[in-house]
Every structure is written in C-alpha cells, then in structure tokens.
Design a protein around this ligand. Structure first.
Ligand SMILES: [Zn+2]
Length: 83
C-alpha cells in the first residue's frame, strides 16, 4: 500500500500589520501532531517601511534620507551647538 498525501488550500481574508515582517510559514501544533502551514499573500499593497505608509516602496519614499544625509545633518547640528 502507498501512503497518500493531500494538500489543502484555503483562502482567507485577514487584517495584517504591514509594518511587521510577513511570515511565509507557521507551525501549528495539536495534540499528537504538528504541521507547517505555508502562506502566500495576494494583492499586497506597496508599503514603505521608512515612513510606514501604503502606496510606495522605500526606494521611492520622499521622506527617505540616506545615512550620509543624516550624518551631515547631525554634524551640522553639533557644529551649531558648539559655536
Ligand atoms: Zn515612504
């Protein structure tokens, strides 16, 4: 005899916080067994983790400041403070 494996799909509508990292799978445990459930996300909107806004990615963020720009501003503030 061979062992049959079944695959089940379920579509669900959920609210998620896009600011958190999305999981691709999660372990579900029940008495006597455990199994991984894999997730696919459909129709995810573009989300910018820089300004926590929906509608664009970080690369197109108007509020994005590079590390170099932040460093320059910090040095400017320090020099103003010292003078
Ligand atoms: Zn942004």
């Amino acid at each position: 005899m061979f062992e049959r494996t079944f695959v089940y799909f379920v579509w669900v509508l959920v609210d998620i916080d896009l600011a958190n990292e999305l999981k691709n799978k999660m372990l579900f445990e029940r008495k006597g067994y455990a199994m991984f459930m894999c997730f696919d996300y459909e129709n995810l909107p573009q989300f910018c983790k820089n300004c926590n806004s929906v509608g664009h990615h970080e690369i197109k963020c108007r509020r994005y400041k590079s590390n170099e720009e932040e460093k320059n501003e910090e040095e400017k503030r320090k020099s103003e403070w010292e003078s």
